[in-house]
Design a protein around this ligand. Structure first.
Ligand SMILES: Cc1ncc(COP(=O)(O)O)c(C=O)c1O
Length: 383
């Protein structure tokens, strides 16, 4: 049976061009990038080139790019590293729809005396800029707001948020794991001080990411050792993985974005005529939604059952968020946009990839309709 993979927000399949670049690097760039000899120098050259390529992609001029093991580490490093490096200010502002690796890092800091303000979002998942402005005080060390939401696809207005954060004299961090290469990001124009990105959402390898850090921010490293990555993240550098990350930044371009958006629109159009079904997050043509995200609630059907039924038909989708969908806890993001527990339990995230086709989407629409009908027949409430 063929597999139709519609869970690209969880992770993507390594692209052949990325695999090629990585295996070439394993061959002729395998040296330790800190070694003085020719093998080390070759690896260092590749590392420098990858750093330059990725930095350019986000127009970083006054920022250092630190390679990490992925989005989770970058978010931990941005938040804890800044907290450890700046001893005076003890207040952080964030939103209720951040990824767990931001929320749990902030929860950890709360145990050590930090105060955190969790901003509400509206029913589309957008932050209220006035509420943001009012929340920032003289004691606010950091404002951390996710760029493209991993569950409902909402895209925040980075430029406006960054402007407000800087006007109020604080530091701006954004988690752009889902939006990187799908949405324009300009570190300077968007006033971003700390940017989290990773490779496995853009057809690169898992376990590779980066944090871009504005010069002079004074972050404390979390990993101490041989002083790699400007002394901010020790450990022998994963050059082949990083070369793969750099190559992966070339995979999604205008054409791919249009392709994914059009399949996503086809999917939403096909599913929305199911009774008691709706799209969560901004409308598909609003310009405020990630091009590949469709998050839909099907009332009177259970999310886990939908996933398993579709899986049996060869279709991979997910309930709730990418990384925590193996818990039955209702999604904090869906709760934040006002969904009740029973609504959030019937919610499925479809995330399109560059290789999906119109036929696959057509087949998926038919399978979802059939699955919902079957499950509703078993539902004790309405059907
Ligand atoms: C928005 C967001 N931030 C952070 C992460 C964590 O990234 P990683 O899996 O590279 O640790 C993810 C991955 O699911 C994500 O979607």
């Amino acid at each position: 049976m063929r597999t139709i993979y519609l869970d690209n927000a969880a992770t993507t399949k390594l692209h052949p061009l990325v695999r090629k670049a990585m295996s070439e690097c394993e061959e002729d760039g395998f040296g330790n990038s800190s070694s003085l000899h020719s093998a080390g120098r070759k690896a260092k050259e590749k590392l420098d080139l990858a750093r330059e390529t990725i930095s350019k992609k986000v127009f970083a001029k006054n920022h250092k790019l630190i390679f990490t093991s992925g989005g989770t580490e970058s978010n931990n490093f941005a938040i804890k590293g800044l907290a450890l490096g700046s001893r005076e200010k003890k207040h952080i502002v964030t939103t209720k729809i951040e990824h767990d690796c931001v929320l749990n890092t902030l929860g950890f800091l709360e145990k050590y005396g930090y105060k955190v303000t969790y901003l509400d979002v509206d029913k589309e998942g957008l932050v209220n800029l006035e509420a943001l402005e009012n929340a920032i005080t003289k004691d606010t060390l950091l404002v951390s707001v996710i760029h493209g939401n991993n569950e409902i696809g909402t895209i925040q207005n980075l430029k406006e948020i960054g402007r407000i954060v800087h006007e109020k004299g604080s530091v701006f961090h954004t988690d752009a794991c889902q939006s990187f290469t799908k949405q324009p990001i300009d570190m300077e124009k968007d006033n971003i001080d700390l940017l989290t990105i990773n490779a496995h959402k853009i057809y690169g390898p898992k376990g590779v990411g980066a944090l871009l850090v504005k010069e002079g921010l004074g972050l404390e490293p979390l990993l101490h050792g041989g002083g790699h990555e400007y002394g901010l993240r020790s450990g022998t550098v994963n050059v082949p993985g990083i070369v793969g990350f750099s190559k992966a930044t070339e995979i999604i371009g205008e054409r791919e974005i249009e392709h994914m958006a059009s399949l996503r629109n086809q999917l939403v159009k096909g599913l929305k005529d199911i009774d008691d079904c709706w799209l969560n997050g901004p409308e598909v043509d609003s310009g405020k939604r990630l091009c590949n995200n469709a998050n839909l609630t099907f009332m009177y059907a259970e999310g886990e059952a939908i996933v398993l039924y579709l899986d049996a038909l060869g279709i991979c989708v997910s309930t709730g968020s990418a990384c925590s969908s193996n818990t039955l806890k209702p999604s904090h993001v869906l709760k934040a946009i006002g969904l009740k527990q029973e609504q959030s339990h019937g919610t499925i995230r479809f995330s399109i990839g560059i290789d999906n086709t119109t036929e696959e989407i057509k087949y998926t629409i038919d399978c979802v309709k059939g699955t919902i009908e079957k499950l509703r027949q078993m539902c004790p409430y309405k059907y």
